[in-house]
Design a protein around this ligand. Structure first.
Ligand code: FES
Ligand SMILES: [Fe+2]
Length: 343
């Protein structure tokens, strides 16, 4: 669909509108305590709550006057609106209208309730009954060889699909992350295969990087340059698992799941894992390194226009080898956003 915004070019929202077919993370599980919590997914305001121990996602809009239920309270197995006290059960049905209790018997209105589960310490929501793919796999979280940190999520002013693309944009490492993940002395990107496997776009690439950066401090002794084999799983529509294999058996893992708040606002949930330097005191060094990388990316990604990737792929250009994964990703998005999604 095309929408006209005053003073701007037409925006093509096809790659945004198809996102309601998937699971998305909306909060950390630890945020959901005794009070309901408001989140926004695809511009839809939701309240996430634990009712009788069950995690539920409901419309965050009372059917009476539209008050935000996330300002209300959980009590006696229901969620109570803060405005006039209407109470809703975990299925979203009105069970009490305090101003006239007899009314609640005859009311048939209810809040929409959405699929909601906890996985990896995150709350995942699907706005549809049958999402296209499962929640992405993150096996390293349960692997005793790895120490995994659940990091603080961050929000950027960008489209969720552009957030994902930045993660796997091999051509930018030498420029945006010069000295960290690449070098301007060696900006060429080698050939790498991409393929689809179990709901993920796969890619493997061997890279040679500068040894600088706190994350790599523990890999010292490997020489002036570090060689790594990077294995990527891009779970549609925009989660990514990166498993980095260094010489000597050291492995470093990143898992990121982007969550679309709106066409141009994205919240990213992420984890860092490693099978070396396992002492907890080293966590801050890995976190510092990644926050530095994110600070380098953020202004660039937020500057990209149009906000939403054009569904006509020919409106942007692609460099052979360097943009192979971007093109493969967009081709899959194109199929998904057509009626009758492909897997
Ligand atoms: S707006 Fe919720 S009870 Fe009136
Ligand atoms: Fe980057």
């Amino acid at each position: 669909m095309l929408t006209e915004t005053p003073g701007s070019v037409q925006e093509d929202l096809r790659f945004y509108e198809c996102l309601d077919q998937f699971w998305h993370p909306v909060a950390k599980e630890s945020e959901i305590g005794d009070e309901p919590v408001r989140v926004t997914l695809l511009e839809k305001r939701l309240t996430i709550a634990r009712i009788n121990g069950e995690l539920v996602a409901l419309d965050d809009r009372c059917v009476h006057r539209g008050a935000s239920l996330s300002l209300g309270a959980i009590e006696d197995g229901c969620i109570r609106c803060p405005y006039h006290g209407w109470a809703y059960g975990s299925d979203g049905e009105v069970i009490e209208v305090p101003a006239n209790p007899a009314v609640s018997e005859s009311l048939t209105v209810a809040l929409n309730r959405y699929q909601c589960v906890a996985r990896y310490g995150l709350v995942w929501v699907s706005l549809v009954e049958e999402p296209v793919f499962d929640i992405p796999a993150f096996p390293h979280l349960d692997d005793p060889d790895f120490r995994v940190i659940s990091c603080d999520p961050y929000e950027w002013d960008c489209a969720s699909v552009r957030r994902l693309e930045n993660y796997v944009d091999f051509g930018h490492f030498a420029w945006v992350h010069d000295g960290y993940l690449g070098s301007r002395d060696k900006p060429e990107v080698g050939v790498h295969e991409t393929w689809r496997e179990d709901g993920a776009l796969r890619c493997e690439a061997t890279v040679v990087e500068p040894p600088s950066g706190k994350m790599k401090k523990h890999l010292s002794g490997l020489g002036d340059l570090i060689t790594a084999r990077n294995e990527y799983w891009i779970y549609m529509p925009h989660s990514v698992l990166l498993d980095r294999h260094f010489e000597g058996g050291a492995r470093y893992v990143l898992f990121m799941a982007a969550s679309p708040i709106s066409p141009n606002r994205t919240k990213s949930f992420w984890f860092i894992g490693r099978n070396y330097a396992l002492e907890p005191d080293a966590d801050s060094e890995f976190l510092d390194f990644e926050w530095d990388i994110l600070a380098q990316d953020k202004p660039i990604v937020e500057s990209l226009t149009p906000d939403v990737i054009p569904s006509q792929l020919g409106r942007e250009m692609y460099v052979k080898t360097a943009d192979a994964i971007t093109l493969g990703y967009r081709q899959w998005l194109t199929e998904i956003s057509e009626p009758g999604p492909s897997q």
